[in-house]
Design a protein around this ligand. Sequence first.
Ligand SMILES: [Fe+2]
Ligand SMILES: [Fe+2]
Length: 349
Amino acid sequence: MESNHDTIQSSTTSGVAGYEDPPEILQPNIFPLSWEYKTQRLEDIWEASRREYWDPAKLPWETFDPNHYTAEQREAIAYWWTLLSVFDASAPPVFAAALIHTYELHEEDPVRRAFFSVTRDEQNHEQLCGMAIKRLTPGGPLDYQPQSELGERAQRNAKWLYHNGARYWSGYKRAVEHYSLAVLFSSFLMGEVAAATLFQHMASHSSEPVFKEGFRNVGRDEGRHMAICLTLMERDYPTISKEERAIVTKQIRAGYVFLSGVLFEPPHEFWDLPPDFIETQRLCEDVAREAGFGIATYEEKRENWRRAMLNVKSVLQRYDIPFPAIPEVGIEGDEDVSGINYDEIIPVF
Ligand SMILES: [Fe+2]
Ligand SMILES: [Fe+2]
């Protein structure tokens, strides 16, 4: 083999026709291919993702009777699944784009598989949202005929959520090519910490068995996604540049603003919403909570979100990356961040 290769090389350099090497491949490109392997921890997480795989269609749906709820309760619970889906159902295309990016950057094989597993998990989360919405409000969110006044308001809110989600998606497509993988990890970490916090709460506070089990499974997936981000930070952050550190700080603040839409309440900094939006959302949440659906109260959300942010803060501190001020939940931070470009938000679940 080796000597054959040498022959080809020397023929090329000696200019014998018919034995030329092809032109160099212009990057970024997924070619040339290689299967480099460096990070064992990612291999362990990949194995866990296969072991812990679950099928949303096999959850105990037969125990779920939508008629157990009033029309208004069904609409209110479906609204929350719709809100969740803005984050969880945009995740498959978000991570699929990141997966392509890892190939173009010629990342090691376990990193590419890590992003593949996240894409696959997120598709399950998306399916779960769809299955719940379909059973509660057939044709929902948009092709369902609301049966209560709150249902009508919830449907209008859903349209506003989509308007904002669409703005996020346009920005993300630009951002994913523009930023290094190191910046992407920290933004994803923010989303995964948020998600793990959220699903833990939902699983322990919901009374409907099928939702409880679904939330538990999703929460376990999000824990693995978090571990992927932490592993990659451990690999790359000791050598992260000063410019990238500053971008991470800004993206963390942007992540807080974007993810507050579901973790807390959507701030005006990014969210373009009508004046009655938050009131409608609060009403839906009250009705859903009374029906046994485990949505946190305003105070609980603030506390959960604060604790999640403090976790991210302690991770960034390890690498000397300043944390942004988040006065909304009482975190002083190392820096007041201004000049965030909300046309390029990265974080999602
Ligand atoms: Fe997710
Ligand atoms: Fe996730």
